[in-house]
Write a protein that binds this ligand. Structure first.
Ligand code: ATP
Length: 440
């Protein structure tokens, strides 16, 4: 069964994710992505970007800066109570929690009495310029979308966009979470993939349903099963301060059903507030109908790390003994990471059957050099072939190419499929084309 500890340990051991600043004892609520993690993250971001920009019409991308005028955060409501959590502290062990994590007014850790709650703003402060005072204070962005709203007019006029249209963005966001926890689920630095869909207010409800359905299909298409993911309609008492309607997409993590993506109808909250505060006209003028109005915004907002975490959990399988020749006893367990091949860090492993036969390693290295130009490929000659298959299964590599003694005679190699373990022989000259076909 998949548990948080098992995912954590696999991620650390195999180079997906490391705790930040580990040699200095760590740094709360921050993680670093290792060689495999960064590939997986980039694949997810690329897939999302393609989904928005290539596969939907009328969506363009931007990349706004993390640092922005603090006036933006005043206008958006983030500096007022709108973006604050309830903070409580245990009078006994002094651990701090979010108000909603505490039941019966007792400390979840030691059972001690807890303090009254107070509001705690999650925005991270910083200073821009050589003097540290009020005039240079600003904030690391807590959501990427504000960079989109303040560029609404720029995108509209430079790209001659017509409503309805979308602006997509991927980038870092920072929140001073009171109690970061559950590995990469709740961290203080993370990445968001957000798309803001600008539409006429009268069409907002329909577009909301459209984007909600589109977004869940994206997870299905990447291997998340229907019984592991669901919608949760969020009622007004729990909704973000800007949301007229909110549906969360929740994934069944080992620690319960939790949000991975939010679909929000933000109404005209952002454009009208920025118009007011900046004194710039951010209304849309429809040439055909001669109507002038603030568009409504339907937002789809997903955390890169949270979705990556869900993909890892969904892919993780333990198989009792005997899948590869490395385990015989049914007590032994082999890990199989059945990631969708579009998400897997490596697509192909190149494995010479033995390493002390120079002819074999030479051919294997040649194949590696050739494929490397087109795919993410890993070369491994260390250990028995069974162990090497097992290592690749554990990191989700969908295909392995093995050069064996036959290769020396007839120029053929085997291609092994991670999930079925079936092997077929093909000519070396066909390898590139075959992998291309398999990865489609
Ligand atoms: P939560 O209720 O879990 O704090 P939220 O409702 O505040 O999340 P949103 O503001 O809707 O989250 O942000 C959109 C997405 O950004 C979330 O669905 C999640 O995937 C991601 N996200 C938000 N906060 C964090 C965090 N602290 N760590 C990692 N990802 C986050």
């Amino acid at each position: 069964m998949v548990t948080l500890d098992k995912i954590f340990s696999l991620c650390k051991r195999r180079g997906f994710i490391f705790p930040s600043s580990e040699i200095y004892g760590g740094f709360g609520g921050v993680y670093d992505f290792g060689p495999l993690g960064v590939e997986m993250k980039n694949n997810i971001k690329r897939l999302w970007w393609d989904e928005m920009i290539k596969f939907h019409e009328n969506i363009v991308g931007i990349d706004a800066a993390i640092l922005m005028s603090p006036k933006i955060w005043e206008a958006s409501g983030h500096l007022t109570a709108g973006f604050a959590d309830e903070l409580v502290e245990c009078k006994n062990c002094h651990k701090r929690f979010r108000g909603d994590e505490v039941k019966d007014l007792k400390c979840p850790e030691c059972g001690g009495e807890i303090t009254k709650s107070r509001k705690f703003n999650l925005m991270m402060k910083t200073f821009v310029g050589p003097v540290e005072d009020k005039s240079t204070l600003t904030y690391l962005r807590a959501e990427t979308c504000q960079g989109i709203y303040v560029n609404f007019n720029n995108v509209l006029s430079s790209m001659r966009m017509k409503i309805p249209f979308g602006i997509a963005q991927i980038g870092k966001a920072f929140r001073n979470e009171i109690n970061p926890k559950d590995f990469i689920f709740r961290t203080r630095e993370f990445e968001q993939m957000e798309m803001q869909w600008f539409c006429h207010p009268k069409n907002a409800d329909n577009f909301f349903d459209f984007w909600r359905d589109e977004r869940i299909k994206w997870y299905y298409s990447l291997g998340i099963k229907k019984d592991e993911i669901r919608f949760k309609e969020v009622d007004s008492s729990e909704r973000a301060h800007y949301a007229k309607r909110q549906v969360d997409i929740e994934y069944k993590f080992p620690f319960g059903w939790k949000e991975i993506e939010g679909i929000h109808n933000r109404g005209d909250w952002d454009l009208s507030n920025h118009s007011k505060h900046s004194r710039q006209d951010l209304m849309y003028f429809d040439q055909k109908t001669r109507e002038k109005y603030f568009p409504y915004v339907i937002e789809t907002s997903v955390g890169v790390e949270r979705s990556l975490f869900a993909f890892l959990c969904a892919a993780y399988q333990e198989i009792k003994g005997g899948r590869t020749k490395t385990t015989k006893s049914s007590k032994d367990v082999e890990i199989l990471l059945k990631l969708d091949k579009k998400i897997s860090p490596f697509k192909v492993a190149i494995l010479p059957l033995v390493k002390n036969k120079p002819g074999l390693t030479k051919i294997a290295k040649e194949i590696y050099q050739k494929l490397k130009l087109n795919f993410m490929v890993i070369y491994d000659e260390v250990g028995t072939i069974g162990r090497r298959y097992r290592r690749q299964d554990e990191i989700g590599t969908p295909y392995a190419i093995t050069c064996d003694f036959e290769t020396l005679k007839d120029n053929t190699v085997t291609i092994r499929d991670r999930d079925t373990m079936e092997q077929k022989r093909i000519n070396i000259n066909e390898v590139n084309e075959e992998i291309n076909k398999l990865l489609k």
